[in-house]
Design a protein around this ligand. Sequence first.
Ligand SMILES: Nc1ncnc2c1ncn2[C@@H]1O[C@H](CCC(=O)c2cccc(C(=O)O)c2)[C@@H](O)[C@H]1O
Ligand SMILES: [Zn+2]
Length: 355
Amino acid sequence: MTDSSALATGTADRDLRTFIAGLPKAELHVHHVGSASPRIVSELAARHRDSKVPSDPEALADFFTFTDFAHFIDVYLSVVDLIRTPEDVRLLTYEVARDLARQQVRYAELTITPFSSTRRGIDESAFMAAIEDARKAAEAEFGTVLRWCFDIPGEAGLESAEETARLATDDRIRPEGLVSFGLGGPEIGVPRPQFKPYFDRAIAAGLHSVPHAGETTGPETVWDALNELRAERIGHGTSSARDPELLAHLAEHRIPLEVCPTSNIATRAVRTLDEHPIKEFTRAGVLVTINSDDPPMFGTDLNNEYAVAARLLDLDERGVADLAKNAVEASFLDAGGKSRIAAEIDTYTSAWLAS
Ligand SMILES: Nc1ncnc2c1ncn2[C@@H]1O[C@H](CCC(=O)c2cccc(C(=O)O)c2)[C@@H](O)[C@H]1O
Ligand SMILES: [Zn+2]
């Protein structure tokens, strides 16, 4: 490559990043606690000084370097331990919405693990009031619409599944913003089929099924998520690439994958970005959505994930806009909400290309 073409590539990359920064977007796979920015973590660590989480941003970057998936969960739980009062919950939720709004995220489905908070002694009604209060304030002040996915922390066992299903299906408790039911945490040693009765209850109560699957185990876990948990979207689904029949099934039934490229490297689920199977997904016709998972913990944000995807898939502005529209289509917004954001994406893209 000559110097001038290297310069041109650099300019093109900067332009694409600017395009992405202003592009209206939907985020479908992002964890509540995993979205705590260094600023939020510092504020919470200052409130609860006995925590082992460092408050200094440099030390925090070190603390957020993971040796494997189990280490990641360990660190994750130490941040969970910083959230001790309903006011902590409200602060976290409101500030996460502010960070999303800054990235032009118009709609986000935030994965919340209520079991982790209720078992640490936060009153369940106060917890629900805190997230709902933050949701309404965020929509009014930032224009970002938030919805909730309550997930079972699988490793915490069936007690956590029972508690999550109860909180998600009891009409006196479940929050208005709740749209889906998930399953997270480690997959190894935590078979998905055992959670079928809890997903059946959640689905009967009108919730969508969105388990994590195939992040750290093989394609058989994705099949289990589809067949046993009636998954409508798959969190990660990375190992689906190893099973052509599964890819064909996902494509034919339009089951979207919630792809989080940087997360997969940070947790060591995938060795390098260049080995990420995203291209195999699109080649097989699978509906790919781009998401950030636990952005500050992985040193990323949604805009950066779109830039990474654009590089891996060799996309221009129109290609990136199509990815953003995939997320809108795969969301649990109503038809009117979907067409409003899709139209905003089209208007923004046309204006950008005409300028
Ligand atoms: N990439 C990810 N892939 C999978 N999950 C991810 C990812 N990122 C974030 N999570 C979150 O981690 C939680 C894990 C919590 C957990 O395992 C646990 C175990 C035992 C006790 C307790 C407790 O609270 O007492 C919690 C999940 O529920 C999920 O929301
Ligand atoms: Zn996740």
